[in-house]
Design a protein around this ligand. Structure first.
Ligand SMILES: [Zn+2]
Length: 323
């Protein structure tokens, strides 16, 4: 499988420049967002995984929408290098929007075209590429963590402008977005939730699983009856980013074991980047890979912001000096 990337195209210039302090203090959260995107991430589009999926036409061409299961839409942003995927999940009485993308196109407009049901937002975690459209919605659930509260304040232009620089894009920005004005809007959380929270959409129940690691507020979403698991950034096709200062590898390993333990009962995994449908057996394979990396058995290679450890159909990208 061709592994085209978020990261090989990316150098985290400032993160590297700052390095870790001798006391091992965390890097400023801001550092990881100052991306210097140098590679050609557009050459591999469209990804092959999309050929078999059912495309749903919407009027905002910043997004591509795919019906990946009955009542499950993937809202994909292919023209920005993160290739983030948000999901709209429909029940009989309500809908859940799991992530809101970059905030470049108007995701609420797309959602309005797909459903008339009342929509609640919940984020897989609160990195800027997943909360960009939160401000467009009046009902937002969020994990009850300090990290979440801080991220709900948004991110100013200086921290996120590189996300919309020409080198980060495969087509022009929508007319009302520019490199000088783009920012992550703050949003209001209407309800804080914790591990085990159940969202009842009517005929479909979604369980919130806290899976801290990638960030302190990372979650997965489980539809036990259907065997669907939404993994956010904990698992996706491509290099999995584990180099941010807020990433905790011990917590990540524990969380991935929790998800891998579910894999035998799953039919489909829906990740938050690159390709929207993955096989559940990737979860135990990821745990195995993580064990090999963390035991020192694997050699990695320097890549962009860290060290990359490559496996058959994914890789792990860790901060140099960590495992
Ligand atoms: Zn992400």
């Amino acid at each position: 499988m061709r592994m085209r990337a978020r990261p090989p195209a990316v150098v985290l210039a400032l993160t590297l420049a700052l390095g870790c302090s001798p006391e091992g203090e965390r890097l400023p959260d801001a550092a990881v967002e100052l991306l210097d995107i140098t590679g050609d991430h557009c050459a591999g589009l469209p990804r092959s995984g999309y050929a078999e999926l059912e495309r749903v036409p919407v009027s905002d061409d910043w997004f591509e929408v795919y019906r990946v299961e009955t009542g499950v839409y993937a809202l994909y942003e292919p023209f920005q290098f993160q290739e983030v995927i948000s999901y709209l999940v429909l029940g009989d009485e309500a809908a859940l929007l799991f992530d809101t993308g970059m905030g470049i196109g108007s995701i609420s407009g797309v959602v309005d075209e797909l459903t008339a049901l009342p929509v609640t937002v919940l984020n897989s975690h609160t990195h800027m590429d997943h909360v960009g459209g939160n401000a467009e919605f009046s009902r937002v659930l969020a994990m009850d963590t300090e990290f979440t509260r801080e991220r709900a304040r948004g991110r100013p232009n200086r921290l996120v402008r590189s996300e919309v620089a020409p080198s980060a894009l495969c087509r022009p920005l929508p007319e009302d977005v520019t490199e000088d004005t783009y920012h992550t809007r703050s949003f209001v959380v209407t309800q804080y939730i914790r591990d085990g929270h159940v969202i009842d959409l009517g005929g479909r129940r979604l369980e919130v699983l806290a899976v801290p690691g990638h960030t302190p507020d990372a979650i997965a979403l489980l539809d036990r009856e259907a065997g669907f698991l939404w993994t956010g950034d904990s698992f996706y096709e491509g290099p999995i980013w584990l180099f941010a200062p807020e990433t905790d590898l011990d917590a990540y390993e524990t969380s991935m074991r929790r998800l891998a333990a579910l894999s035998a009962d799953l039919t489909t995994v829906f990740p938050a980047h690159n390709t929207p449908v993955a096989a559940p057996d990737g979860l135990p394979r990821l745990v195995e890979a993580l064990e090999r990396v963390r035991s020192g058995e694997m050699a990695g290679s320097v890549s962009g912001p860290g060290v990359e450890y490559s496996f058959d159909d994914f890789s792990l990208l860790l901060r140099a000096g960590t495992r």
